[in-house]
Design a protein. Sequence first.
Length: 397
Amino acid sequence: MNSPFPTDRLVDEAEAAPVGSLCLANAQLVLADRVMTGAVTIENGEITAITEGDHIPTGAEDCGGDIVMPGLIELHTDNLERHIEPRPEVDWPHLSALIAHDAELASTGITTVFDALRVGSITGGKARYDAYARNLANEILSARAGGYLKISHFLHLRAEICSETLLQEMADFGDEDRVGIVSLMDHTPGQRQFRDLSALRVYLSKKRGLSEAEFAEHVANLKHLQTLYGAKHESGAVAEANRYGAVLASHDDTTAEQVAVSRANGVGFAEFPTTVEAAQACRDNGIAVMMGAPNIIRGGSHSGNVSARELAELDLLDIVSSDYVPAALLLSAFRLAEQWDDLPRAVACVTANPAKAAGLMDRGALQVGLRGDVLRVHQIGSQPMIRGAWSRGNRVS
């Protein structure tokens, strides 16, 4: 497995400086192993005290019994792409899109995000994918340095094996770029996520307007690219992840054989394994399993793959990602808490466990000495509602 991502590298100096102190009292604190009535105090951006009891110190915020928990940590979200391209072929002004994306995440309780950017392009054809990651990464890092973003941003490079330009694009990144995760993507039709070509056909007909003939041409082209570049791109992407000091993730593993390859590559966590077989193989090989929050909330995969709830029932679920719906992340934790009858365990799937998987040892729990990234959550029946979100003790929502 790759070394933990160095959290002291460009983490704090470009984020808003902590202002004053904060005490959230008379709250139900979600700790690692229990829920306790108490208060949490944050000073200079760091948790300095956790006390038990319903006492409300002078100047503290009375939470009235609301839940206080760590800020959510998102390892894989396509949400930025939705803001950058709100409709096919519509290129929205990027700074405006970044600020809106950041504010949306803050409003849903996400205080740390790894923005997923695709690297690896396909030239020509109606389903082409142009290179964009380096320029967009520059804009993200510039917006962060300018103090325009509310929450903590890292980069997640989605390395598309079935492409023409993967290694050239990855060569443009270095260890100064906050690349915390590299995931190995192989979207060759007929395997992994798209074993059922009908699901891919529906997606591309709606997203790109492909006709049947254009779809057939696209499938043939991707298979050709996989044959030409698959092995070279996979080994090259692993080497680049090591050069960045990033954690490596697999994507859509389906078989135990694919998981064995992931283990050999040094994968730390598996994004969205598509079968129980793959998830069990991950567990057997010490690879954390991540599933999508929409899968949990919908009760199944929109692509026809394994249900995240089934994996949870089998004790094969470690991390949850909002994937394409930011607001799903918090809700999924509360749905898992109902399924497991264990709120701390469920909350860990969206806080401590993703922090550990990404090598971020300075956040993810209500613990003295960690970052003051916290949420105040009110429950309306089984629906969680955020009443406040703080990043390093600064209110962001």
